[in-house]
Design a protein around this ligand. Sequence first.
Ligand SMILES: C[S@@+](CC[C@H](N)C(=O)[O-])C[C@H]1O[C@@H](n2cnc3c(N)ncnc32)[C@H](O)[C@@H]1O
Length: 261
Amino acid sequence: MSYWTKKLFIKNAELFLKLMNERWLRTEEVVNGMVKVLSGFGITSGNVLDLCCGNGRISTHMAEKGFRAVGVDISKTFLDDAKRKAAEHNVSKMVTFIEGDVRNLKKVVGKIRQPFDVVVNAWTSIGYFSLKDDLKIFKQARELSKENAVLLIAETMHTEFLAVKFAPTSYGEVNNIVLLESRKYDPTTSQLKTVWTFYKKCGENLEFIDRVEYEVHVYSPSELSSLLRKAGWEPVAFYGSFSTLQPMSPLTGLNLVARAT
Ligand SMILES: C[S@@+](CC[C@H](N)C(=O)[O-])C[C@H]1O[C@@H](n2cnc3c(N)ncnc32)[C@H](O)[C@@H]1O
């Protein structure tokens, strides 16, 4: 793997971890919503596959709800943190974290014999590679899942949001790290290019840490639906957030529920 994913999630893993930890703080309510949605499908326990699991915030919270979770991610730093946090939450026995590339999902989770009841993909963890790759990932996830499995895609960027809320630059601060973002969006290809520049706050001054460029394909709800159908998943609901279960709108993220076909 070449590519920005390696630089952002492996070389700069410690920096990105700070952003991930911010998300941990609001994950319990997201997972409460997911569990509510799943119970509507008669799924109240079973096996969860967490694609691109990061430091395991969804897996660990699902485990606390009684699910067994398998998280796959390319970043050892995130997975080590995931294992630490699962232990802190007393759910180590309910979670398995595997280092690997989701494009080779079947090979990566090959040793896990149990088919999955639920597949989760959270926080814009799609569109990193080609559309063919995304199709391959969701096809493999389907092949590893039960007949009545449910797919949840959570907290994901979409084109309608960009159409109304696109900001060419933004500024963020987490602990003593300052993050400047500058973005370019090409609506003809739906490719979003972002440059993240990280600085450390030293009193009044900012000390440059690193610059990471990344490029993602931003899906429209209908484009993502078509791709998922080809992969064996039928979208059945879109929410603005799993925490509130309010309907999706151009002002919200994309939170999709699909059932296996
Ligand atoms: C934006 S983070 C989301 C992490 C996690 N899903 C969450 O919601 O906190 C994207 C994640 O995708 C992982 N990732 C990127 N490319 C990957 C690949 N090819 N295979 C597995 N994981 C990958 C990164 O390491 C990172 O943890």
